[in-house]
Design a binder for this molecule. Structure first.
Ligand code: TEU
Length: 547
């Protein structure tokens, strides 16, 4: 496999509004990120992915951009942003910016012009259609609203929005739009950033004629439409070429075959992608399904293009709550999930707070929530007569606010996140679960992440080693057993993703070889002494070198 710096990286995602508030307004900010860079650097990570900081009415937490070239006052100023970039670089890390080019805010001057009249020169920068049979042009839903179309009364046409009504989609068929976007991207690159996380990138192309969907509730029709890869190739040639950067695309509903089109090293599109076969499509942990997903993506991409590994971000419930055990075995489970993500092939992503095993929340009232996806859904369902309490209970487990509660720095009021009123409630468990506590404990989750990342830095096998499952456990619902091999270096990874201890006969592949434990998530290690079987404790994870 071709070696490149970003393949060897670990990425840390900063959801700045919930990271650290430096001025007491209740929102985290860029100055707060600067003040906490030691925490990030201390983990050993290489790249910071910063969620959108551009000017925005902020209905979807910055994913509704009204000025691509200005910083939202809540986040800070362009001077603070410049200082953040310089501070990140001074510490030998890189910064990638989250960028939304599928849609803008309805307050963006481009859209304000576009909607002003049918013959405005910017009319065709967005997607406008006449009514069909007195209603919207087709039956599509959007991610955040019951219809993907919104009637603009003044000009009597509908505009298209894949997300909220306030997030109109740009018309990528229009070359002027594309040039405007590429120019803006280059201006950010010229400011010295190290790449982009490209939001909702699989949605750029729209189909001819907008045919009705057979099953409108299955919104995959929004994604991967013909023409998408022409745009991405053009974007690469016109905006990215000539910069030593990394790009990662958010690509919902892609298969490995389609994924390769985004990231194939011979394609000139993007460098790596997030697919959502786990986070959007696997509501609860399903080991057999997860193994199948990993197998297929490995076979599809290995040696040809790069994948990423993650189980949560700002849109998904925290991994230890959703996919692990956030009760009795929270610490072991958080470490096991980390071990898995950092030893499977692909670039590992850490979402802020994951490194201390932060958990999801159940707020008592819909008023406590901020997530526009959840609130719109709640309004839609209760509007149709569904019982409010039942609706709330059904939306809580996957509300995006599960991962958006503020970082828990210490046990002082508001978890040390803000001196003011936090924009969203703090998780009530912050007195026991916080960074200060983890820093003081050599066996903490944070300490484990440091070891895991250090191991990756010292051993290329974790990045470039081939992945092979041990077939004996391919169909086991709790045990995940595999090796990574690079030339004569071979590692064995044992994971017991379950609440019960499990006996494991040493895999065939290890016969006659000596095992040296490199890392394990239980402080006290069992002596093996050449025994035939080993017992894995609940949520135990071990990494061995085979000699
Ligand atoms: O998410 C877009 C997305 O396509 C979904 O796959 C996502 O997993 C979904 O929101 C889950 O509920 C991106 C951003 O990450 C998200 O925060 C924004 O709200 C959205 O785009 C619109 O810009």
């Amino acid at each position: 496999m071709k070696k490149i710096w970003w393949k060897e990286a670990v990425v840390y995602q900063v959801y700045w509004r919930s990271f650290y508030d430096s001025d007491g307004d209740g929102f985290g900010d860029l100055e707060g990120v600067i003040q906490k860079l030691d925490h990030i650097q201390g983990l050993g990570v290489d790249i910071i992915w910063l969620n959108p900081v551009y000017e925005s009415p902020d209905l979807d937490n910055g994913y509704d951009i009204s000025d691509y070239e200005a910083i939202m006052p809540k986040a800070g100023t362009i001077e603070t942003w410049d200082r953040l970039l310089a501070e990140v670089h001074r510490r030998g890390m890189k910064l990638i910016m989250d960028l939304v080019v599928n849609h803008t805010s309805d307050r963006h001057p481009w859209f304000v012009e576009s909607r002003s009249s049918r013959d405005n020169p910017k009319r065709d920068w967005y997607i406008w259609q006449d009514a069909k049979d007195g209603g919207p042009p087709n039956n599509w839903r959007s991610y955040f609203a019951p219809s993907a179309w919104e009637l603009d009364a003044a000009t009597d046409q509908y505009y298209f929005h894949s997300f909220a009504v306030e997030q109109p989609d740009l018309n990528w068929r229009n070359p002027e739009v594309r040039e405007a976007v590429y120019g803006m991207m280059k201006r950010w690159l010229d400011r010295g950033i190290d790449g982009f996380r490209l939001d909702a990138i699989a949605l750029l192309a729209k189909p001819d004629g907008y045919p009705d969907a057979e099953k409108p509730e299955d919104i995959r029709y929004l994604t991967n439409n013909p023409g998408l890869h022409d745009y991405l190739r053009e974007m690469n040639a016109r905006a990215f070429a000539g910069y030593d950067i990394v790009t990662v695309g958010e690509a919902a509903y892609v298969t490995p075959e389609e994924g390769l089109k985004f990231v194939g090293e011979d394609r000139g599109e993007l460098d790596m992608l997030f697919h959502f076969e786990v986070c959007d499509e696997m509501p609860v942990w399903d080991m057999l399904r997860y193994k199948r997903i990993q197998r297929r993506w490995y076979e599809g991409l290995w040696g040809k293009g790069s994948n990423s590994q993650f189980l949560n971000n700002h849109d998904h419930t925290r991994q230890v709550t959703r996919y692990g055990n956030d009760g009795t075995y929270r610490v072991q489970s958080a470490k096991l999930l980390a071990t898995m993500l950092h030893t499977l092939p692909g670039i590992p992503y850490i979402y802020q707070g994951e490194e201390i095993g932060m958990t999801g929340v159940r707020f008592p009232s819909i008023e406590d929530y901020n997530d526009i996806a959840m609130k719109n859904r709640y309004a839609e369902e209760t509007g149709m007569g569904r019982d409010p309490a039942t609706t709330l209970a059904s939306l809580q487990p996957l509300s995006r606010d599960n991962s958006r509660t503020p970082m828990q720095w210490d046990d002082s009021p508001n978890a040390g996140f803000t001196a003011g009123d936090p924009w969203i409630k703090i998780n009530h468990n912050y007195r026991e679960l916080n960074v200060a506590r983890d820093l003081a404990d050599p066996d903490s989750i944070y300490a484990y992440y440091r070891r895991l990342i250090a191991l990756r830095k010292e051993n290329e096998v974790m990045t470039y080693g081939e992945f092979e499952e041990c077939p004996e456990w391919a169909e086991d619902e709790h045990l995940y057993v595999y090796t990574r091999t690079l030339n004569d270096v071979s590692w064995l990874i044992l994971l017991n993703h379950g609440d019960n201890a499990a006996e494991l006969r040493w895999p065939e592949r290890t016969k006659g070889r000596k095992l040296r434990l490199l890392l394990g998530n239980y402080p006290e290690q069992v002596a093996e002494d050449g025994a035939e079987v080993t017992v894995l404790r609940p949520h135990e994870a071990r990494i061995y070198a085979l000699a």
